[in-house]
Design a protein around this ligand. Structure first.
Ligand code: CO8
Length: 260
């Protein structure tokens, strides 16, 4: 995969995507957003990938937000289209049929915080700072922040972050409930890799369907969510992997899932 603003490498079943515009603290311009969407479409059919890690290039930032310089002079129509372009890219990441881990190595502001929120699990360096500072620019979070953040942590904490525009430490965000773990900076990628390798050992179709059940079920009435859960569970009984998983348990050996 060749991109102007993204780097991708894969070690066995674990892929790592790095947002790579360090001179602008990995800010999201149109090129990054378009490439993120193309990447998401391509990774779905990349052989062997089971877990994706997303991180930022350099020591300072995960992603410092939307590219503020590119926003200057936009018409209202262009601004709305830019928001939709970002939402489309982040939806594509959220809907990937595999676990996606954000390894937040530094500033995750505005669109950067919103990118992390479209991932399944957020691991943060002790140096990471999260925030939705859009109101400091006279704007509002428009890459999914006003929607995903309250769903993740509740309306009251989300209002504080969105209205204050302040930066919050990784520890504070863990307390808010949307950061899973806070990790020493030099260990962040190793920890992300270890967690990814653990998830990659599990049945990949089971992980994908569990993700679908969690994510889409969260939006449904519980009765409908439970119906969907049962249906997805039933679908897993069409896979070879479920025979492998149950067989391995009975034969007291580790399963070898093929994703079929
Ligand atoms: N966009 C463009 N360039 C950026 C951005 C950004 N978001 N953040 C940093 N940069 C650039 C700086 O301009 C600077 O470039 P240069 O060296 O050419 O001047 C370089 O990155 C390094 O940044 P700093 O010198 O500022 O580094 P500091 O360590 O002093 O500060 C900060 C780091 C605190 C992260 C600071 O850069 C900052 O506050 N950045 C902006 C953070 C922010 O407000 N992000 C939210 C943006 S809004 C958003 O994401 C969603 C709004 C959606 C709008 C959609 C509209 C259509």
């Amino acid at each position: 995969m060749n991109f102007e603003t993204l780097l991708y490498e894969q070690q066995g079943p674990v892929g790592t995507l790095t947002i790579n515009r360090p001179q602008a603290l990995n800010a999201l311009n149109e090129v990054v957003l378009k490439e993120l969407k193309i990447f998401s479409d391509q990774i779905k059919t990349t052989p062997g990938i089971r877990v994706l890690i997303i991180t930022g290039s350099g020591e300072k930032a995960f992603v410092a937000g939307a590219d503020i310089k590119a926003m200057q002079g936009m018409t209202p129509q262009e601004a709305e289209a830019f928001s939709i372009m970002a939402q489309t890219a982040f939806n594509a990441i959220e809907e990937l049929p595999m676990a996606v881990i954000a390894a937040v190595n530094g500033f995750a502001l505005g669109g950067g915080c919103e990118l992390a929120l479209s991932c399944d699990i957020i691991l943060a360096s002790e140096k990471a700072k999260f925030g939705l500072p859009e109101v400091t620019l006279g704007l509002l979070p428009c890459f999914g922040g006003t929607q995903r953040l309250p769903r993740a942590i509740g309306l009251y904490k989300a209002r504080e972050m969105v209205f204050s525009g302040e930066f919050y430490s990784a520890a504070a965000c863990k307390e808010f409930g949307f950061v899973n773990r806070v990790i020493a900076p030099e260990e962040l990628l190793n920890e992300a890799q270890k967690l990814a390798e653990t998830i990659a050992l599990r049945g990949p179709i089971a992980v994908a369907k569990a993700k679908q059940s969690l994510n889409t079920g969260f939006e449904l009435h519980i009765a409908d969510g439970l119906k969907q859960e049962a249906a997805l569970f039933g679908e897993l009984f069409t896979t070879q992997d479920h025979n492998e998983g149950i067989g391995a348990f009975i034969e007291k050996r580790n399963p070898d899932f093929t994703g079929k």
